[in-house]
Ligand binder design. Structure first.
Ligand SMILES: [Zn+2]
Length: 261
């Protein structure tokens, strides 16, 4: 009976997917909160909706971004936090007029960011891909890059090694219409000219394609020309309005289904 006084709260430890130690895991963001904050309606502080393109899943309200409590310990989360903070700063700051790219008629068709920290920004995208792939959350269930790519990403993040432009080549684009700036869909795999990519929506209008394929793109390839460069240059072409985009019919379908429910 003397044991009764010794009863302690059990701390449940689990294996951190990054350091592989048994530790207490924390709520780790997969998509950083800042992109969600940028989408929140400033006037009435409403949360925006995450629209799912997974069959039988419907839209859900989210307040603080997408997190997973089963992947990272607190110490490892700090590694990711550094990259998240940099991406928030680099991608959500105001754009100078002189950085816009104009078409021959003077219309803005995108912008360029010079002097971005290639290492930090590329490692941010690599870490989002890794987190999404190891996560068991239903929003990321279509992201499964396989053990060997996961291990490679983990090593790159650990060693602060962003690789070359062609390693997990990254192309970022942005919706700038109000509707496009305020929607999200689940990431999924697609092929572009036979090469495997994943398409992610970050929030705040950003969409990115990341190459998960050992084959390299030619330097003359349009996607290579638009990719985040090791020369610290990033082009962000604008996407068409969401209403005229390929995603819109899918979006409409999801909205109709969730209305009927
Ligand atoms: Zn850890």
């Amino acid at each position: 009976m003397g044991e009764i006084g010794k009863i302690k709260f059990l701390e449940i430890n689990m294996e951190c997917k990054f350091c592989l130690k048994d530790k207490k895991l924390i709520d780790a963001h997969i998509i950083p909160r800042c992109f969600f904050e940028a989408m929140r309606d400033k006037k009435d502080n409403r949360p925006f909706q995450l629209l799912s393109n997974t069959k039988n899943e419907y839209s859900q309200k989210l307040w603080i971004g997408l997190y997973d409590k089963n992947i990272l310990c607190e110490d490892c989360e700090k590694v990711f936090q550094k990259y998240d903070d940099y991406a928030c700063k680099a991608l959500l700051s105001n754009i100078d007029e002189s950085d816009y790219i104009l078409d021959p008629n003077g219309n803005k068709i995108g912008y360029k960011l010079e002097n971005v920290d290639y290492k930090k920004l590329k490692l941010f995208f690599l870490s989002v891909l890794w987190r999404a792939s190891v996560s068991k959350r239903k929003e990321f269930k279509k992201v499964d890059i396989g053990r060997s790519f996961e291990d490679r990403l983990k090593a790159m993040v650990k060693n602060f090694d962003p690789g070359s432009t062609n390693d997990f080549l990254l192309v970022l684009r942005r919706f700038i219409d109000d509707l496009g700036k305020n929607f999200l869909m689940d990431p999924y795999k697609l092929r572009i000219d036979e090469i495997n990519f994943y398409r992610f929506y970050l929030g705040a209008g950003y969409e990115f394609h990341i190459k998960v394929d050992k084959r390299n793109l030619k330097k003359s390839d349009v996607l290579y020309l638009l990719a985040l460069r090791s020369e610290s240059l990033l082009y962000v072409p604008f996407r068409e309005n969401l209403l005229s985009s390929k995603e819109f019919p899918i979006l409409k379908d999801i909205l109709n289904k969730s209305k009927k429910r």
